[in-house]
Design a protein around this ligand. Structure first.
Ligand code: 4UV
Length: 555
C-alpha cells in the first residue's frame, strides 16, 4: 500500500525491536524446527487421550495435502472445516494449507442455515466434517445448489457410524497416500507457493453488517506468529529433550484466537496441545491437574470460572505457568481475583480476526491488569478522534487504529467493506475505543462498532435483524448488546410489530423463531416491543441510543 507522505502526529511505535518476518508458508514455519521435537506430542485429545507426535502430524498433513491435490481440487480452492477441537483439526488445517488451499472454519454448533451461508459465501469446494455435524452439513449441502465434496473424520469417542452415500471417510481419503517429501509436494503443486496467497479465511462481521470472510495470507499469519514469539513477550518456551509446555486447546479452532494464538503460536515452539471438543469443566480441570507447565489461553468467562467456581481447587491451578485472556473485556478485578488464588502472570491479549489477530499484549511482569498491554513488534498504533479523525495524544479516548504486517489482505469479495476498515494508508480501524498511557500501555474502554461479543464469540446484529424481519408479524427490528455478568454481553432486540400483530405478538414466539435458526449463543435474551426505532437521516440504526436505552432499562 501507498503510505501517506505527510508525517502524522501521535503515532506510537511498538516498544519492541522489529523481528525479521518469515518468507515461508504457515506449514513451513511450523515444520522449520521439527527435528528438535519430532517425537514429542504435538496434540492430544483431552477426552480419549489419542495423540499425534510432531512427526506424525506432519506425515498426516502431507498425506492430506497429496490427497487434496490429486482429488481434482486446485491451489486457491477453499476447504471448509466443520469440526470441534479434535487432534485431526490440526491435520485438516495444516494439510489444506500445504496443498496451497484456503481453510475456512465453521463453528461446529452452527445450525444448517448458518453453515449454508458460509459455504456459499466462501465458494467452498470441499468440507471436512465431524460425524456430529454431518446431518446439519448435509442439510446445508442440499440447499447449496453447487457440488461440494464431503470428507468425514472419524469420531473422538470412537463411535463408528456408517456414512451416507457420497460421504467419504477421512481415513479412506488419505488412505492411498504415503506422504512425500518437500520435493514431491513441490512437483505436485507445480509452482512454489505464493506467501501472499490466502491461507485462512475466518469469518468476522468487522465493524458492521453480516459476517465476511477475512483473507489472511501466509505472510499475515507467519508475521503474527513471529511477532507473538518475540522474546520479550512470548510465554511459551521452546520444547527441549526434557521440557515441554502444555497448551489446553479449549477455545474453538475455527476462531482466529484458537487457530493462530492457541494453535500456531504453540506449534512453532514445540508445545503440546490438548484439545477439548467443547468447554466442559470436568475434562478441562483434568487437563489442568494432569499436565505440567501450562500456558492457558482463555476468555473472560474462563477467568471467572477459575477464580470462583466451587469445583476448582488449588490443585487445578498449581501447574498454571501463565494465563492469557482476550476476545472480550476482562476487568482488572477479575484477573486480580484469580491471581490471589494462584499467583502467576495473567495477561491480556488483544486483537481482531482482521489482524491475524495479535495487536497488543500485556507484559509478563505487568501489574496493570486492566490494560491490553503494549503494541507488538513491527506494528504502529494511533488513537483517533471519533468525529474528526485526528490522532490524539496519550490518555485521550478515541478509536484504536493499527498498522503492521499482520493486517488482513481484504474481506473476501467485499472491496467496499475492506476500504471502510483498512484505509488507504494501511490503518486498520478497529471499532474499539480506548487510550494509551505514559508507559505505552493500551486500554479498551468501549466499542463503537455494532458487534456483540457473547463469551468472546461474535454475534452480528445485522444477522439477527435479518432473521427477525423474516417473521411475518414483524415490521422492523434492531439488535444491540446488553451487558451480562456471565457472558459479557447478550443480544437484545427492539421490534416494531406489524399493526395487525401489535397486540398479539409475543416475546417468546420471536425468541423461538430466531433460536431455531442460529447457534445457541446467538439467541436473543430480551425483546422490547416499540413503535419506532431511532435512525439517522440516511436510515442507519442509531445503535448507541438503543444501547443506552437497553442499559437504562435492564442493568
Ligand atoms: O475478531 P474477533 O472475534 O477477534 C478476537 C480476538 C481475540 C484475541 C484474544 C487474545 C489475543 O492474544 C489475540 O491476539 C486476539 O476476539 O473480535 C475482535 C474484537 O473483540 C474485542 C474487541 O472489540 C475486538 O475488536 N476484544 C478482543 N480482545 C479484547 C477485546 C480484549 N482483550 N479486551 C477487550 N476487547
Amino acid at each position: 500500500r501507498q503510505l501517506s507522505s505527510s508525517v502524522e502526529p501521535n503515532i506510537i511505535k511498538s516498544p519492541f525491536h522489529d523481528v525479521t518476518l518469515p518468507t515461508c508458508t504457515v506449514p513451513e514455519l511450523i515444520w522449520e524446527q521439527l527435528d528438535r521435537w519430532a517425537d514429542k506430542t504435538a496434540v492430544e485429545c483431552g477426552i480419549n487421550g489419542k495423540s499425534y507426535t510432531y512427526a506424525e502430524l506432519k506425515l498426516l498433513s502431507r498425506r492430506l495435502a497429496f490427497a487434496l491435490l490429486k482429488s481434482g481440487l486446485h491451489p486457491g480452492d477453499v476447504v471448509t472445516i466443520v469440526m470441534p477441537n479434535i487432534p485431526e483439526y490440526l491435520v485438516a488445517m495444516l494439510g489444506t494449507m500445504e496443498a496451497g488451499m484456503v481453510v475456512t472454519g465453521i463453528n461446529p454448533i452452527y445450525a444448517s442455515d448458518e453453515i449454508l451461508f458460509q459455504l456459499k459465501d466462501s465458494g467452498s469446494k470441499m468440507v471436512i466434517v465431524h460425524p456430529d455435524q454431518l446431518a446439519n452439513l448435509l442439510q446445508a449441502k442440499e440447499k447449496l445448489g453447487s457440488p461440494i465434496r464431503v470428507i468425514c473424520v472419524h469420531d473422538y469417542d470412537d463411535r463408528h457410524r456408517s456414512l451416507p452415500s457420497g460421504v467419504v471417510a477421512f481415513s479412506d481419503f488419505i488412505g492411498g497416500e504415503s506422504g512425500g517429501d518437500d520435493a514431491d509436494l513441490g512437483r505436485l503443486l507445480g509452482v512454489r507457493q505464493d506467501v501472499d496467497s490466502t491461507a485462512l479465511l475466518p469469518y468476522s462481521s468487522g465493524t458492521t453488517g453480516l459476517p465476511k470472510g477475512v483473507c489472511l495470507s501466509h505472510k499475515n499469519l507467519t508475521a503474527n506468529v513471529s511477532q507473538a514469539s518475540h522474546p520479550d513477550i512470548n510465554p511459551i518456551e521452546f520444547a527441549t529433550k526434557n521440557y515441554q509446555d502444555t497448551v489446553p486447546a479449549i477455545l474453538p479452532l475455527f476462531h482466529i484466537y484458537g487457530a493462530a494464538i492457541v494453535m500456531l503460536r504453540s506449534l512453532v515452539r514445540g508445545a503440546k496441545l490438548v484439545t477439548l471438543p467443547k468447554f466442559d469443566p470436568k475434562p478441562f480441570l483434568k487437563i489442568l491437574e494432569t499436565n505440567h507447565n501450562i500456558v492457558l489461553y482463555a476468555v473472560p468467562p474462563i477467568i471467572l470460572f477459575l477464580s470462583s467456581h466451587p469445583t476448582v481447587s488449588s490443585l487445578h491451578l498449581e501447574r498454571l505457568k501463565l494465563t492469557m485472556t482476550g476476545g472480550a473485556p476482562c476487568s482488572g478485578a477479575d484477573i486480580e481475583k484469580l491471581r490471589s488464588r494462584k499467583p502467576h502472570p495473567i495477561i491480556q491479549g488483544y486483537g481482531m480476526t482482521e489482524s491475524s489477530p495479535l495487536l497488543t499484549q500485556g507484559s509478563l511482569d505487568s501489574m496493570k491488569h486492566a490494560s491490553i498491554g503494549k503494541i507488538v513488534s513491527n506494528t504502529e498504533a494511533k488513537v483517533v478522534d471519533i468525529t474528526t479523525g485526528d490522532s490524539l495524544p496519550m490518555n485521550e479516548n478515541g478509536e484504536l487504529c493499527f498498522r503492521g504486517p499482520q493486517i488482513m489482505k481484504c474481506y473476501h469479495n467485499r472491496p467496499e467493506a475492506t476500504a471502510e476498515t483498512v484505509d488507504a494508508d494501511g490503518w486498520l480501524h478497529t471499532g474499539d475505543v480506548g487510550y494509551f498511557d505514559e508507559e505505552g500501555d493500551f486500554f479498551v474502554v468501549d466499542r463503537i462498532k455494532e458487534l456483540i461479543k457473547v463469551k468472546g464469540f461474535q454475534v452480528a446484529p445485522a444477522e439477527l435483524e435479518g432473521l427477525l424481519r423474516e417473521h411475518p408479524e414483524v415490521s422492523d427490528a434492531a439488535v444491540t448488546a446488553l451487558p451480562c455478568s456471565r457472558s459479557g454481553e447478550v443480544p437484545i432486540a427492539f421490534v416494531i410489530p406489524k399493526s395487525t400483530a401489535a397486540e398479539s405478538l409475543q416475546e417468546a414466539t420471536l425468541q423461538q423463531f430466531v433460536a431455531a435458526k442460529v447457534a445457541p449463543y446467538k439467541q436473543i435474551s430480551k425483546i422490547v416491543f416499540v413503535e419506532s426505532i431511532p435512525k439517522s437521516a440516511t436510515g442507519k440504526i442509531l445503535r448507541r441510543q438503543l444501547k443506552e436505552i437497553a442499559q437504562k432499562k435492564y442493568c
